[in-house]
Design a protein around this ligand. Sequence first.
Ligand code: VGL
Length: 191
Amino acid sequence: MDLRNSDALIVVDVQNDFLPGGALGVPGGDRVVDPINRVMPLFGYVVGTRDWHPREHPHFQEHGGVWPFHCLQDTPGAQFGPGLNAGAFHHVVSKGTDPASHGYDAFEANDLAARLRSRGISRVFVCGLATDYCVRATALASSAEGFETVLLTDAIAAVNVNPEDEDRALGEMRAAGIAFAKTSDLRPAAA
Ligand code: VGL
């Protein structure tokens, strides 16, 4: 797949707490780091997202939610994963800061869509963690915002609270018209 200058990459939540050994470690989550590092330089605009929760958040079991504490603001678990070249991010979106929303979707309640449009971006590639939550929500939102959306299937990993969650999420994304590609299929945009 040939890249265009009007493409952007969104790297979702590659944070310590979502990597193996983290508070909500995604099985195989560390496998996304190398392919992401490899493709970031192919994109003129790279957005990194991070879960960035206050402790008082309905997302958490302690407060009636389903998740253990993870990605608490300014804690080591919320830092980008070791080895991820987060220095390549042009913009960082912090999600889940508002107790009124879970923050699965990187487009929710911030200027990301407008930012991408103002740069002439028409196509968005999505990778990162986790396939069945924030990657899914972000890719679906990107598509709903009118961006042609491509999921990088070798640079994602799923939580799979239920074993079928990954397949269900992939099916929902496909049904929404999201294309699937591998990082090794990406070729640089013509200069
Ligand atoms: C996520 C589970 C809970 C994610 C966030 O980043 O995909 N998953 N909170």
